[in-house]
Design a protein around this ligand. Structure first.
Ligand code: FES
Length: 275
């Protein structure tokens, strides 16, 4: 029988992502689980391991629920204290706190600088000509929804190019199908079959060949040569060797989709460039 959720007072989310594991998260999880078990708290506290919770600089991290209290840099001693104070007495341990509901800021000693905000700069690009161009983030978290937006939501508006020299691209007659077996993302439809690597690849011997193939550079551009029709804006993706993997053009920045007032261009600039 599974855990009786109705009997729980707490559940603890232990981050077991890469950075937390490096700082002892696996041992912490096992020790805290053992401690809870031996104190007869098994039926009152549910524990789960998660992947990265987005606060690697404060690793190892755990969250006490349903209080939404985040603890940082949790060593074995702090783990014991959390059980004594928080689990048993519902006292939040302010000294170890990273965040709690109602707080106005995250209490980290190791806060990292956020990514540089995207900005358009005017450039005479070797392949694209005169453009306004901005860098987007090439992480899996950004690329996967971006590609789904392009190939499914806005598929009627785009044309796809696999080489810079060909001016006529592939137009999609229907939304593409996605098949993601990390690290390979396959995008298929009757007109083409595309395989991309967007997942982070640890530097292992096995990944040596794949690493240079990963998408490492994503740019959103708007053409400034208004004589050049019908292409107005697009997205260019290159791998880590600086080779073109995918070039997508959208015909008109003011194009309206369905009944919505939001154009494909506005959507991308807002969602993926945060501008
Ligand atoms: S790996 Fe734990 S917060 Fe990122």
């Amino acid at each position: 029988m599974g855990k009786n959720l109705a009997a729980l007072d707490h559940y603890i989310q232990f981050c077991n992502g890469g950075s937390c594991k490096k700082k002892g998260a696996e041992e912490l999880t096992q020790e805290m689980r053992a401690n809870l078990r031996s104190q007869g708290l098994f039926h009152k506290v549910h524990t789960m391991k998660t992947l990265c919770m987005g606060r690697c600089e404060d690793a190892p991290v755990l969250i006490m629920q349903p209080d939404n209290v985040w603890y940082k840099n949790v060593c074995l001693e702090k783990g014991e204290e959390i059980i004594e104070q928080h689990v048993k007495n519902r006292n939040v341990i302010e000294n170890h706190l990273l965040f709690k509901n109602g707080a106005h800021k995250v209490l980290s000693e190791n806060e990292r600088k956020g990514p540089t905000p995207a900005k358009f700069i005017k450039a005479l690009d070797h392949d694209l000509g005169l453009v306004e161009i901005a860098q987007a983030t090439a992480s899996e978290q950004e690329l996967y929804p971006m590609l789904k937006d392009l190939f499914i939501k806005f598929h009627k508006e785009i044309s796809i190019h696999f080489s810079i020299s060909k001016t006529d691209g592939i137009k999609l007659t229907r939304p593409a199908k996605f098949d993601y077996h990390r690290p390979f993302l396959s995008i298929q439809n009757p007109e083409f079959n595309l395989s991309l690597i967007i997942a982070p690849l640890p530097k292992t011997e096995d990944n040596k060949k794949l690493l240079p193939e990963r998408i490492g550079n994503v740019e959103v551009f708007r053409k400034l040569n208004t004589q050049e029709k019908p292409y107005k804006w697009g997205i260019r993706m290159k791998d880590k060797k600086d080779e073109l993997k995918l070039l997508i053009y959208c015909e008109d920045p003011s194009f309206k989709i369905n009944q919505s007032e939001i154009s494909c261009w506005q959507h991308f600039v807002k969602i993926y460039l945060d501008l």
